[in-house]
Design a protein around this ligand. Structure first.
Ligand code: F6P
Length: 192
């Protein structure tokens, strides 16, 4: 059966600072993940063919850099747009936009950042990616937290209320095996 692999990009400088969004470089730990990812993939995939999809952001492209497979970049895989909150920490958002912060907590799936997106928006924007994913063989998506939550929810039919809280940790390769009636999931974390 064919496999779909999901991985967040390696830790970014913004991750280290607790800032949302942006287009920052990988941290030293993130670079180590990028170095070790090819070996981790090969260990589980063997010599099979694979195509690697990334977003257009530096951190996913840098994470996929050492993977010797055909690649495609998708704008539709870019991280959820936090609009006016892009580049802020959660503390800064709570201070500057307390109502927004509370509203997001109230309904995280539907909350749309000012000038940005909601999880619901992202689910819609991912439709072409999902369509293409259904037609392809082995694919590895090097993506972002919110994006991978939406893709996970597509395969596991996670509820809208739960989707924005699905745990997609850094430095972990997630292996999905879609089958006729259910999808199988395995997780391979790297200790970096
Ligand atoms: O913190 C990393 C990040 O990818 C941000 O860029 C993004 O806004 C956030 O995660 C999404 O997670 P949550 O919806 O839980 O804030």
């Amino acid at each position: 059966p064919r496999k779909i692999y999901l991985s967040r990009h390696g830790e970014s400088m913004y991750n280290v600072d607790g800032k949302l969004g942006g287009d920052s470089e990988l941290s030293p730990r993130g670079q180590m993940y990028a170095q070790q990812l090819p070996e981790l993939v090969r260990k589980h995939l063997g010599n099979q063919n694979l195509t690697v999809w990334t977003s257009t952001m530096k951190r996913t492209i840098a994470t996929a850099k050492n993977l010797r497979y055909p690649k495609k970049t998708w704008k539709a895989l870019d991280e959820l747009d936090a609009g006016v909150c892009d580049g802020m920490t959660y503390e800064e958002i709570q201070e500057k936009y307390p109502e927004d912060f509370a509203n997001r907590d109230e309904d995280k799936f539907n909350y749309r950042y000012r000038g940005g997106e909601s999880y619901r928006d992202v689910v819609l924007r991912l439709e072409p990616v999902v369509m293409e994913l259904e037609r392809q063989e082995n694919i590895l998506i090097v993506g972002h937290q919110a994006i991978l939550r939406c893709l996970h929810a597509y395969f596991f039919h996670d509820k809208h209320e739960e989707l924005p809280y699905i745990k997609i940790p850094l430095h972990t390769l997630i292996e999905l095996t879609p089958r006729a009636y259910a999808c199988e999931e395995k997780r391979y974390p790297l200790n970096i």
